[in-house]
Design a protein around this ligand. Structure first.
Ligand code: SF4
Length: 508
């Protein structure tokens, strides 16, 4: 019964959640060297690189959204797949108990969180038989922010800024560029795309996600697809979407394309977008003992090469001297003085709130006084410590999901600062102006970095929504973020989207 198998799976999940594979590190290292350090893009990438090193040092989740675990398992004939599935599920529950995974499995009808990452459809486990004697298990953890930016096109179609995409490889190229442009910073760029040409709607998306199991530095064996991959990499990085959608030279770190046969009547192009926190690893396992015999994508014995020198990590946020200190609660005068592009350092009490909290606040009074307050779009990973709590990972979540609610919440409760990532839309921009508030973009995925800005968990409300969705009261110090939507009607997100759209027109 493979006594070491569960233990090996817990190791695999832990390593995947806390330590990026070498090919992703190399791509992110190149991005860090490409962007000028004193720019918004450069500062964002320095925080990301610090975060990657901090996650390894404390064996904590790289990002608080530990994503949808997806396993691809290859087994020799005769291995009991029912038993393996049960063992993988047990390992998922154990890794969740250890705080390596955030409880992320939610009943789609009631919204109730199962608490252990188990439920119908979670985790995703695909089995395949092969002729080898051992078992191979590959795992990808793909978060919700980037999952929500996936796209599927039915060709021929008309695309913004790119015109018609025909049923040709040229049409495929246009679809991929369109998907990267549309994602902007919402999927925590720089990202990577897995693409499927053909298939049906379901097999297309599956095959697109499977492309993400390829290494970023491999070469497609099909020269026609290799040519499109290379063209997309070049052109997407000319779009100037940049890290976090802040503009810059690095928008994409990988493009991997596969093809499936299709029905004559259909021509789908499916795009699976993954963020910079591209967590993918694998192991080979002895089919008799269940013990790990080999790590895939990485050397299992040597530690990962750090992204930065230890003193750079220890120095924390890379300051330029132009940062503006804000103490919560924040006055209207301070808010009016802020402009798009300002870097702020927030200290004092902030409150988390994401999907469940926003829906709740539309019908109920808040459990705390939010006037002059800071609302942080964040679903942290927390651990109970005695009578209190410790935040183990706390980066921002994608803000656009709160677009239907945000303006009303600003108006009703006097919130002055919203922190999130990826930006918000026209309704919120108008709401910020009307209510005298600002939107700050924190660095998506930098969960370890931001956890270190939290001095204390002062309390928690609405725990009935589960730990990621509860309202946490956090005392923070020097929490850095960038004003990307101000109280005067300006939005960096709108500007970058328009400017990158104009560049897209030149790539028709
Ligand atoms: S890095 Fe961003 S997109 Fe990726 S899992 Fe984290 S929050 Fe989601």
């Amino acid at each position: 019964m493979l006594p070491a198998f569960v233990d090996g799976m817990v190791q695999l999940i832990t390593k995947t959640s806390t330590d990026l594979p070498p090919d992703v590190r190399a791509a992110m290292g190149l991005a860090v060297r490409t962007e000028a350090p004193a720019t918004r893009a450069g500062q964002a990438l320095t925080i990301i690189a610090q975060n990657i090193d901090q996650a390894v040092a404390c064996e904590g989740p790289i990002c608080q959204d530990t994503g949808m675990p997806t396993f691809e398992v290859k087994v020799p004939v005769g291995v009991n797949q029912i038993w393996l599935r049960a063992q993988i599920r047990e390992a998922i529950a154990e890794a969740t108990r250890r705080g390596k995974l955030r409880p992320n499995s939610v009943d789609s009808i009631t919204g109730e969180n199962s608490g252990d990452n188990l439920g119908p459809g979670t985790p995703i486990i695909h089995f395949e038989q092969w002729e080898e004697p051992g078992i191979e298990v590959k795992l990808i953890l793909k978060g919700g922010g980037c999952e929500n930016t996936n796209a599927q096109y039915a060709l021929p179609t008309e695309l913004d800024h790119l015109g018609r995409a025909d049923r040709t490889l040229e049409g495929v190229r246009k679809c991929i560029l369109h998907a990267v442009w549309k994602a902007q910073g919402k999927g925590c760029s720089p990202g990577a795309v897995g693409v499927c040409v053909g298939g049906d709607r379901t097999s297309g998306y599956l095959h697109a996600k499977e492309q993400l199991f390829r290494t970023l530095d491999d070469t497609n064996p099909d020269p026609r697809l290799a040519a499109i991959e290379s063209a997309v990499m070049d052109e997407a990085n000319r779009l100037a979407v940049g890290p976090m959608g802040f503009s810059g030279q690095t928008s994409l770190i990988g493009c991997k394309i596969g093809a499936l046969n299709r029905l004559p009547a259909s021509f789908f192009v499916s795009v699976a977008y993954d963020c910079w926190a591209f967590r993918r690893l694998g192991v080979r396992v002895d089919a008799a003992t269940g013990g790990i015999t080999e790590w895939l994508y990485r050397d299992g014995t040597s530690p990962s090469e750090p992204m930065l020198a230890p003193e750079v990590v220890a120095a924390g946020f890379p300051r330029t001297g132009r940062e503006i200190a804000l103490q919560a609660p924040i006055s209207s005068a301070q808010i009016q003085s802020l402009e798009v592009g300002d870097v702020v350092l927030i200290s004092g009490r902030i409150f988390t709130g994401r999907d469940a909290v926003h829906a709740h606040l539309m019908k109920h009074e808040p459990p705390v006084d939010l006037s002059g307050g800071v609302l942080y779009h964040c679903g942290p990973v927390v651990a109970k410590e005695g009578e209190g709590w410790r935040v183990m990972a706390a980066g921002p979540t994608t803000s656009i999901r709160e677009e239907p609610y945000q303006a009303e919440i600003l108006k009703r409760y006097g919130v002055k600062v919203v922190i999130g990532k990826g930006g918000m839309g026209a309704k919120t921009l108008a709401g910020l102006k009307a209510s005298g508030a600002v939107y700050l973009n924190a660095i998506g995925g930098a969960a370890q970095f931001y956890a270190r800005c939290i001095e204390r968990v002062a309390g928690v409300s609405l725990m009935e929504f589960g730990t990621p969705e509860a309202m946490w009261h956090l005392d923070v110090r020097d929490f850095p973020a960038i004003v990307t939507m101000d109280a005067h009607g300006n939005s960096l997100h709108k500007d970058v989207q328009e400017a990158s759209g104009a560049i897209l027109e030149t790539l028709q």
